[in-house]
Design a protein around this ligand. Structure first.
Ligand SMILES: Cc1ncc(COP(=O)(O)O)c(C=O)c1O
Length: 411
């Protein structure tokens, strides 16, 4: 059996998306800037996709800019706003658990002379609106806080932060790469000024994303050469990618409208409950309620996430032990460390992310295979054996309930 539970890394391209993209590639090959009969259908296809993407987040179509994906949208939002509002101030606020597309861009801005505040998070990976408010100074031009975390799935209090930033006259960007299509996102209700999303996390194409920029907000272009995308993101448009993103956004919106991803959330809960029932010494990472409906992230204590991944892969199960971009590096996740996990527990993290296509049979298969894998790996782990003997002493001491006992396991 093959089970794909790495949907936070990327999703399977939807059949309807593939068909629409193939048709766009074959038939709508004109340059959208050309005024002739080959260019016009390409322009129409792009504008249709703009309406489809806008509808997913309750934006106006003219507020959507197409980009090459989440990384570019985050870069454009942060650097573009920083440059455009330089005269107003030089301070940016973000959180310690952002994706590297935001964190590394902030580090770049620091090198250019901007000041960045990296807000700490609580044990669930959340910042509060109060923290944001307290960090705002006269110099603050932008707050960038992600909608839903790519590793632990924690949802940030976006509407509360939007209320604070709007009241203070500070721009608010949110990286909604993981949230768009998973939970209802409403840029009007949430008072968001800029929002990032990408096609390949919602069953659309890779290499195509969008940046929502509220009407009236200035963004300095980071590419130069043409007038496409209002001159803010020049370059001949990726028509098949944009068409695919549009279809993916419409389908994701329809799924949300149909059941709010309830079935996927229930399956996710079933998976998490099954893991906790079958495997001892497991810590749930992230918020239990304020959480993306597709995400399970647990630390299986005393073993390494990498070992679990390899063993799961051998039985056809695709998972992740951190964000896709950092797997391959053995550094513990910056998100888990910011949440206060020690290195060993962070190293034992396992992320399983579902999609609307995930079935109960697939989850049952994981629940059948994972406990045996954990048991085998723990059998080889000196840490686990040491912990077992400590646990044994603890139980013995509690049973005897020796008066005056000074051992560390008393009480
Ligand atoms: C939260 C978040 N932001 C940004 C990105 C980058 O998006 P893209 O892969 O489209 O560049 C990702 C991808 O993993 C992500 O999870």
């Amino acid at each position: 059996m093959k089970v794909y539970l790495d949907n936070a890394a990327t999703t399977k391209t939807d059949d309807a998306v593939i068909q629409a993209m193939a048709a766009a590639m074959a038939e709508t090959f004109g340059n959208a800037s050309s005024v002739h009969g080959f260019g016009r259908p390409a322009r129409q296809a792009i504008e249709k996709a703009r309406r489809q993407v806008a509808a997913l987040i309750n934006a106006q179509p003219e507020e959507i800019l197409f980009t090459s994906g989440g990384t570019e949208s985050d870069n454009l939002a942060l650097v573009g706003v920083a440059e455009a509002y330089r005269r107003k101030g030089n301070h940016i606020i973000t959180s310690q658990v952002e994706h590297h597309a935001v964190l590394h861009t902030c580090e770049h801005l620091e090198k250019l002379g901007y000041t960045v505040t990296y807000l700490p998070v609580d044990e669930f990976g959340r910042v509060t609106a109060e923290q944001v408010e307290a960090a705002i100074t006269d110099e603050t031009i932008l707050v960038s806080i992600m909608y839903g975390n790519n590793e632990v799935g924690t949802l940030m209090p976006i509407a509360d932060i939007g209320r604070v930033t709007r009241a203070k006259g500070v721009l608010f960007h949110t990286d909604a790469v993981q949230a768009a299509g998973q939970v209802p996102v409403d840029v009007v209700a949430d008072q968001v000024d800029l929002l990032t999303l990408t096609g390949h996390k919602l069953h659309g194409p890779k290499g195509c994303g969008a940046l929502f920029v509220r009407k009236g907000v200035r963004v300095a272009p980071q590419l130069f050469g043409g007038a496409q995308e209002r001159g803010i993101r020049p370059g001949t448009e990726n028509v098949p990618g944009i068409v695919g993103l549009g279809v993916a956004a419409e389908l994701a919106g329809a799924r949300l409208a149909a059941d709010g991803n309830r079935r996927m959330r229930e399956l996710r809960n079933y998976l998490l409950k099954g893991i906790l029932e079958r495997i001892p010494e497991v810590k749930v990472n992230g918020h239990t309620m304020e959480r993306l409906p597709n995400n399970v992230n647990v630390s299986v204590k005393f073993i390494e996430g990498e070992g679990m991944l390899l063993s799961l892969d051998m039985v056809g199960i695709a998972a992740s032990s951190g964000s896709a971009c950092t797997s391959g590096s053995l550094d513990p996740s910056h998100v888990l460390l910011a949440m206060g996990l020690d290195h060993a527990t962070a190293h034992g993290s396992l992320r399983l992310t579902l999609s609307h296509e995930t079935t109960a049979e697939e989850i049952d298969y994981v629940l059948e295979k994972l406990p045996a894998i954990v048991e085998r790996l723990r059998g080889m782990s000196p840490l686990w054996q040491a912990a077992q003997s400590k646990l044994g002493e603890e139980v013995a001491c509690a049973r005897q309930n020796r008066a005056g006992c000074a051992c560390p396991y008393k009480g």
